[in-house]
Design a protein around this ligand. Sequence first.
Ligand SMILES: N[C@@H](CCC(=O)N[C@@H](CS)C(=O)NCC(=O)O)C(=O)O
Length: 220
Amino acid sequence: MFTVWGRRSSSNVQKVMWALQEAGVEYDRHTVGGAFGGTDTPDYRKMNPNQLVPVVKDGTITIFESHAIVRYISKRYGRGTLAPRGNRAFALAEQWMDWTASTFNPHLNVIFFNKVRNPPEQYDATAVTAAEKKCAEVLKIVDRGLGRKAWLAGKHFSHGDIPLGILFWRYKNLDIKHARTKNLDRWFEQLQDRPAYRDVVMVPIGSNLEEWNANEQMLK
Ligand SMILES: N[C@@H](CCC(=O)N[C@@H](CS)C(=O)NCC(=O)O)C(=O)O
């Protein structure tokens, strides 16, 4: 049985759950991390010395790092569902996954932590305004990239859509000034037709720490 360790509120755990559901892989999940703890035991450290979520086990294979896990699921189980079809699609999927982590996520995180994850007294309005601008600027890049294709890797949905799909849900649910992103909005609508996206990703994130904590407990 494929086993996942991680709380549902975590974007990195969501990447793995979403990939598994798209590929039709059954899995068990243990709720650990955040308020649930459980990542500082010797057994957990053996699986993931970073003491972070997610970590997965598939038979004798143990993997941490959400993008590595998503790529593994895609390669092993995702033919016809998650795996990019052909070399160009493969390259684009990898490109947008890495771009999401290196170029969009750091700016989004500034907003997300200030607005939702940190106590209100730590709020840094200047940093949030600057990050809003940066998000708008970099989202234009991917918006242009989606101008002539349905999905990030081309004609078909692939694992390349997963990281941005999760972070874009968060972005759209934050109370900020959003960039105008016509192509991304169309792509986002397509995502919302996917049952696995609705089930795993379209969950409430809350608009402050108190709501976040309540949602974390509710989602488990
Ligand atoms: N690069 C790692 C980052 C993992 C990570 O930072 N996970 C966060 C949750 S999104 C975490 O474990 N936070 C502490 C916790 O939940 O206890 C990955 O992509 O898997």
